[in-house]
Ligand binder design. Sequence first.
Ligand code: NAD
Length: 292
Amino acid sequence: MTTVIDGKAVAADLREKVAQAVAKIKEEHNVQPALAVVLVGEDPASQVYVRNKHTATEKSGMRSIEHKLPETTREEDVVALVRNLNEDPEVDGILVQLPLPKHISSDRVLNEIHPDKDVDGLTEVNAGRLMLGKDGLVPCTPQGSVILAKTVKENLSGLKAVVVGRSILVGKPLAMLLLAENCTVTMAHSRTKDLAAVCREADILCAAVGIPRLIKGDWVKKGAIVIDVGINRIEEDGKKRLVGDVDYGAAKDAAAAITPVPGGVGPMTIACLLRNTVLAAARRRGLGAVEV
Ligand code: NAD
């Protein structure tokens, strides 16, 4: 029997643990951790993401501070806002919603975020810490992917992991996290030769590509753990649907465990953002270790 990994349930559990850690911090230190989110422009999808983050942050007992700036905002003004948030002692986490309007360099803005408040884990300092195996803030989606894999098998040591996709946001940090779990990691991408054969080697097969059902059922080794990060909107039989990068119906037969889309990796991202925020608050304010 294939295990369908219930990302919604695992995420709900993680959010509950975060809420408990927040309550403990409030009780013991009279501190309410705060997340500041910066949204520039009116991109409809970004507005939905920011609203969801706001609701989840407040539900966890943390303070959510929103900064909504018009599309025409100058890069210098976004940088100035980030610098103010860096200096603000009440702010524990800073998230700049991507994509930024085209006239603003997201690279510059992201790297202005203080690394200890960088709850998206996207600054060069946090990427470097991850590479070096040092404590830092780890990007949310790859972090959630590893948590889900570990619900199937607590110890991933020695397993062969294949990560398809090498983006800064998902593929690369996911490969680093799996390496930190002592997996033998292969990174595959758009130039990989015979992707099917590479995937068939995987005990843990992770797909973060953005191509609907790229990974076919017969690319999945019998008994593999399949983590599908892809979220693709398609139209099929006249209906709009969300599908992953894995051909779920076919892959499910071979896999020992698989994440569905939706309801797999997706819900983990916000849960891990909340986790990062409470961890950042505890570290920055010197409140000691928190269990989340
Ligand atoms: P990206 O476009 O930045 O990167 C895609 C990667 O896939 C690239 O590294 C590229 O080399 C690789 N690729 C492209 N075509 C390929 C091919 N034919 N064969 C093998 N590799 C190929 O995308 P991303 O930001 O990493 O996102 C990937 C997917 O994950 C998207 O569907 C996105 O919507 C989804 N995503 C989900 C979450 C979430 O669950 N919360 C978060 C981020 C991204």
